[in-house]
Design a protein around this ligand. Structure first.
Ligand SMILES: [Cu+2]
Length: 324
């Protein structure tokens, strides 16, 4: 065993192990919400453990590149990817007080990126959510000429948050999602991950979910929006579709690739009550879904916890007595 080389490659090993873990979709033991509260369980050992893990997996990772398993690689787990880096993140420092959240993206040349493609009608989609998946919001910051993106927002409660910048630089084929941690000081009571449900209520609307996530592949998610028991068939376009879906893996908030089916005005996509998506889940386990939809001029978010099963169907158990 060549100790000096191994030490020298330590940093590389960390990266490789990380990529490997993603590629292989092995992050199946999610640290469930409440994780931060349980942090004392592995306390200081947590960091040592991560290092040891990197050391062992790193060697396999360097050879195998962590790819080729066919697994779906989620986005949003890294602050830097493919040469693009999320930096100069500044956020309101206190809970309960609005302020500016700002950041910029630097490119492979190290310079701030100012050229972004419009995707889903915007050049930048910013998602902010608690590490426990509470407090979700979907924002559209404005960019100044230096490439700094800014939006007004705030945090209702202290705690750890995650932000995701979802964008596509000009000249790239595929967009990317970079993630960074935000911390709002103060007493923090993590919310448990809500139970798996097939229906969500928001603002007098009921949204039902059929279909489900499939671990390691594409799953079909069919949402149906009703209000007072009546189907809502006049949804308004929002971000180039009749809904916008963000799906995050419980435990690490990996950000799933999601595609809406159809577009307003394509001649076949109805403005509700059904809104359909395909989403790629990297592993079995629980996920949190956030469906933004627009009706009567207002965007609302229906939130679900869903499980990705090995074969797809998450099992639409019980709880069905209440439909109409
Ligand atoms: Cu957006």
């Amino acid at each position: 065993m060549n100790v000096p080389v191994k030490l020298g490659l330590y940093g590389v090993g960390l990266v490789a192990a990380f990529a490997g873990a993603l590629g292989a979709g092995t992050l199946t033991g999610p640290v469930l919400p409440g994780g931060p509260a349980n942090a004392s369980d592995d306390g200081a050992g947590g960091h040592g453990g991560a290092g040891g893990h990197a050391g062992t997996d790193g060697e396999g990772g360097t050879g195998g590149e962590g790819a080729g398993s066919g697994a779906v690689t989620p986005a949003g787990l890294q602050i830097s990817d493919r040469g693009y880096t999320l930096e100069q993140v500044a956020a309101p420092e206190k809970a309960g007080k609005e302020g500016e959240l700002s950041f910029r993206i630097t490119g492979p040349d190290g310079e701030p990126v100012t050229g972004f493609r419009v995707e889903h009608e915007k050049r930048m989609h910013l998602i902010v959510v608690g590490r426990d998946t509470a407090g979700y919001r979907h924002l559209h910051p404005e960019m100044d000429e230096d490439g700094t993106w800014t939006v007004e927002t705030g945090f209702d409660t202290p705690g750890p948050y995650r932000m995701f910048a979802d964008f596509a630089p000009e000249g790239t084929e595929e967009g990317l999602v970079l993630g960074a941690d935000l911390a709002v000081p103060g007493d923090y009571e993590p919310e448990p991950l809500p139970e798996i449900e097939r229906a969500a209520e928001v603002d007098g609307y009921t949204v039902r979910l059929e279909g489900g996530l499939a671990a390691g592949g594409s799953g079909e998610l069919d949402f149906t929006v009703t209000k007072d028991g009546e189907p809502v068939d006049d949804l308004e376009p929002y971000l180039g579709a009749y809904g916008h879906l963000v799906a995050l893996r419980a435990g690490d908030l990996a950000y799933l690739h999601v595609h809406p089916h159809g577009e307003p005005g394509d001649g076949e996509t109805e403005p509700g009550p059904g809104v359909r998506f395909t989403a790629e889940a990297p592993s079995p386990g629980e996920y949190r879904l956030f469906l933004d939809f627009k009706h009567d001029g207002k965007v609302r978010t229906a939130e679900f916890t869903a499980a990705a099963g090995e074969g797809g169907e998450g099992g639409g158990h019980g709880a069905d007595g209440h439909g109409h």
